[in-house]
Design a protein around this ligand. Sequence first.
Ligand code: EPZ
Length: 432
Amino acid sequence: MDRLKIRGGKRLEGKIYISGAKNAALPLICASLLTDEKVILTNMPMLSDIKSMNLLLEELGTVIESKDEIIDGNPCKNYTYYTPEFKSLVAPYDFVRKMRASYYVLGPLLARKGYVELSLPGGCAIGARPMDIHLSALEQMGATIEIKNGYVIAKAEKGLHGAHLVFNIASVGATCNILMAATLAKGQTIIENAAREPEIGDLAKMLNSMGAKISGIGSSVLQIDGVERLRGTIHKVIADRIEAGSYAVAAAITRGRIELINAQAETLQTPIKILRQTGVNIEENERSIIVDAKGCTLTGQDIITDYYPGFPTDLQAQFLTLMLTANGASMVTETIFENRFMHVPELLRMGANINVHRHASAIVRGVDKLNAAPVMATDLRASFALVLAGLIAEGETVVNRIYHLDRGYEKLEEKLRSVGADIERIKDSEEE
Ligand code: EPZ
């Protein structure tokens, strides 16, 4: 398995181009299943999760064409998805176990074909991550749901009908799945306590461009009036706010200055506010964010992760790492997932001072420096936290199992090298 070697101590300065958002692209790809016309997605990131989702859709019968393009200065992919008919309505275990977001085929297949077999995703490193909210909502919309041999078998022979749904948790995945299903349901669907993440707004915008009738976009109450059919469209994926936030921390932790090109400041208001409170200077521009921590003294800040627009759980590990060498203490509380501090044991090996209570909160006390060490990546965002620690640790840090990183960070080492990091990828074959 590939590894990353990082020699710490370099101040990062320059420009980083932010790619299209993984967590927008994944549901957008599945939304293409709702029509028998062509859907073109531009500004798509080159990530292993996108490749996995494309393989799943080809398994179902989708014809996919791709080409390279440059958008807003950033090399990216342009994909055309075309599913005039299906050769399968089954999302097999092998696909779903590798990538939980495979479950985004549930809503579209049920809405368009009235039948789908989906392997249950099972748990993952950061938590049990059930899908009860998805399934109970679809039952309220007229689907029959059966769980058999680890698969969900969902049927809606007479099609889905609208329903007034109240989510007990503002689930991102459930909001996306039900939003897609409701576009072709008979009548009106209301989703109360819908998630408000910008990636959901991007999905709703594309669905409306396909002929859907969605209102309340960006709010926690979505209203969808079902239509007979959806047509093809062309859609540019929004910038990845989590990638942008991750590199903002890279600038702050190395006391450098990075301009995040194409980052959308309006989707990062809470992290920007907290970083400013920490002592980092941040300039918000129309098409970029400038993070300047040169000469800054950083002080510990408390954060509590929350649903959007609160502090994103996907930036918790990165922010906790920033606090490791800040002055004073910082309380980091994780409210979304039950096991999202797996970066902590690895950071402790690098000399950090962190105390975790019951997987829920961590008290961080700033130390003068971190020491390089071989560390193990566990999940996507925790892996980026280890890279951040390596950027400031004295010596050479080796981050193992970086396939986690390749799921969500496009060209990670190239982007960091372009702003002065001393980082290289050791390919598995090079080790022999
Ligand atoms: C999405 O996961 C993201 N993944 C996650 O990003 C992100 O951390 C999460 O939203 C929260 O923002 C993608 O978009 C592909 P949820 P999702 O449904 O949809 C519980 C990354 O690093 N829940 O909002 O799975 C669940 O267990 C990934 O890019 C139920 O109980 O998140 C969790 O505790 C990691 N029942 C909470 O809700 C359900 O039916 C939030 O989950 C669904 C969820």
